[in-house]
Design a protein around this ligand. Sequence first.
Ligand code: MN
Length: 461
Amino acid sequence: MKDYKLTVGLEIHAELATETKMFCNSKNNTDELKPNTNICPVCLGYPGTLPTINKEAVRSVLRLGLAVGGDIADYSEFDRKNYFYPDIPKGYQISQYKYPLVQGGSIVGVDITRIHLEEDTAKSQHNDKGDSLLDFNRAGVPLVELVTEPVIHDPETASCFAREFQLLLIYLGISKANMEKGEMRVEANVSVTKSDELGTKVEIKNLNSFRSVERAIKFETQRQIDLLKNGKSVQQETRGWDEEREETFAQRSKEGSQDYRYFPDPDLPKLFIKDIAEFKSDTLRKSLPELPQEKRERYKKEFELKDEDIEIYVKDLELGKYFEEFVKIAQNKDIIQLGSNYIITNPSTRNISVSRVVDTMHMVVEGELSSTSAKLILKELEEKDEDPKKIAEEKGLIQISDKKKLEVVAKKVISNNTKAVDEYKKGKMSSLQFLVGQTMKEMKGSGNPKLLQKIFEDLLS
Ligand code: MN
C-alpha cells in the first residue's frame, strides 16, 4: 500500500423532506408503501406537462450551503440530463449542471465542489420471474446532490464525512437521511496511483451504510493495487458493492458527462437567487439551528464533558434535549457532570422527569446516597414518579454522613480489630479498607464509605 496513493471523491444524494415533490404537487412521502400512490402526469413524465419549482426545496439546499460554509449562487438554473432508462420515462432527469445552487464549503476538513438540486427517479424492482416493476412514488422527489473534491486519502475520512453530512441534514431538518431506506445514498470515486497524478477513477454505487463506504473503498483500493502490480490497467467504470460477499463488481462502463447532452430546461424559469427575499443569506442564516460542531464546542466549554460523551448527545438528539433540560434545573457543574454520567450509562434515564434526577444527584453529592443506591433509585423512578428521598428512606438507602455518629462506630471497630490497626500503621493500605468494611457491616451498609475512610485516616494518624 505504501507505494500507492489512494484518492477518493464522494458523491452523496439525499432526499429532501419537503411536503410535495420537486416539480409538481404530488405528495413527497418516502414511507408510502403502496406503489404508484403519490403520482401525477408531471412526475410520471407525460409529454406536454409543465414542471414548477418547489421553493422549499431550493431554500433547503441554500440553507445547507450556508451550513457548510459554501457560496450561494447569485444565479442558478436547471438542466436536462439526457439518458434512457425505464425509471425516467421522459428520457431525461432535471438536474443542475453549469449553475449549481452552491459551490465550495467543507465538512470535516474535506472540500466540497458543489451542491445542486435535482429530481429522484422511479424505483425499479426486478422479481425472480423476470418481470421489472416500476414504482413512481419516488419519481420527482427533490434530491440534493453533494460532490466533494478528490481530496480524501483514506476510507475512514470518507465515512466520517458521510456521517457528518447526515448529521447536518438531520439538524437542519431538511432530510431524514436514513441510509437503510435509501433516503441518503453514497457513491465513492476511487482511484489508486503510483505517482502523484490521479489515476483512472472507478465509481462505486449503492453504498447504503457507513460501514459499506469504508469496506468498499478498502476492497476497491486493493483490487486496483493488484491490477497495477500485475501490469494491468484500471478500467473507468461503475461498480456495485456486494454487501454479502464484501466485494465490488462491474456494472457498466462509465459514460462521460458529454454523453448526457446537458442543456438548460426550457420549461423552467431561471433563478435569480439574489433577488428573492427569502433567499437572502442574512435571512437564511437566521433560520439555521445550532449545528453539530457548534453543539460540540458549546458542550465542551459549558459543561466540560468528555469528547466521547459529547458525541453521544450530538448524535442522539433526543438524549441531548433531555440533557439540556436536566442542565437547566441542575445548574451546578458537579451535579451536571455526575448526572451526565448516569444519563449516558443508562439512556432510559430520559424517561424520568429531570427534577427527580437532579434531586437524586443532589443526594449523591451531599453524601446521602452511594452511587449504587442512586442507580437503584433511578431504576425505581423509571417505573413510578416519586420523591427520590422518600424511596431512599423506605429502602433504607440513606447513608449516614454525620461525622460524630460515624466516629463512635469507627472507634468501636478500632478497639475490636487491633491486628488490622497495627498492620495499617505498618503501612498495609488494604487494612484501612478492611476497617471501613467492618464499620459498614456494623452499620448495615448505611455509612458513607468515603467519609469513613477519612475518619479512619484521621483517627489512626
Ligand atoms: Mn445525481
